[in-house]
Write a new protein. Structure first.
Length: 188
């Protein structure tokens, strides 16, 4: 009887183990939640308990001065709305200006981010979220994110802006470029 129980116990234990791979980062162009938050999971075996998710800090650049404009997430073709904030969702989410034109992300920027004509203040005063059509009509044409770096610390780090500025001054050591605007090839 013991010969049958041990293989069954081993199978039961093995079936409860699995490994997870990070799949919610800007690297693979998907957002972690409907709010567009960047998330990352570590590549290591886990038990049957839920895996830990760590939100890493990100900095980014844009092709214009859109730091006060409300970001929304578009689909890959940039012709449809995927997610947008409610007016009350913007409290404490304005990006922080950093050195060399970088911004500290506090909203969930990704490669599919577009910027609206509304400022954070204007949008937060709206009685309700605008319609999809109204948001699409208020997107600033051509306003895009041009670079995103993942920082080597989490979003909740109290001195995040100071640490980002220090790393920017040092050439971003330990930071990972997770997105840059694709360069157009010269047709020859």
């Amino acid at each position: 009887m013991h010969k049958l129980i041990y293989p069954i116990m081993i199978l039961a234990v093995l079936s409860g183990c699995h490994s997870t791979k990070g799949n919610g980062t800007a690297e693979n162009k998907s957002s972690g939640t409907s709010l567009g938050l960047h998330t990352e999971t570590r590549d290591k075996p886990t038990s049957s308990r839920p895996s830990a998710v760590v939100a890493m800090a990100h900095i980014y650049k844009t092709n214009g001065d859109y730091n006060d404009k409300v970001p929304v997430t578009l689909n890959a073709r940039r012709d449809g709305l995927v997610s947008y904030p409610g007016p009350s969702d913007l409290i404490g989410c304005r990006p922080v200006r950093l050195k060399d034109g970088f911004l500290l992300d506090r909203r969930g920027i990704n490669p599919s981010t577009a910027f609206t004509r509304w400022t954070y203040e204007e949008y937060s005063k709206l009685p309700s979220a605008p319609s999809t059509e109204e948001i699409m009509a208020n997107i600033i044409p051509g306003a895009t994110v041009t670079k995103i770096y993942r920082m080597p610390f989490t979003t909740g780090t109290p001195d995040a802006a100071e640490r980002c500025d220090s790393l920017i001054s040092e050439g971003l050591p330990g930071c990972k470029l997770v997105y840059t605007v694709p360069q157009l090839k010269n047709p020859e």
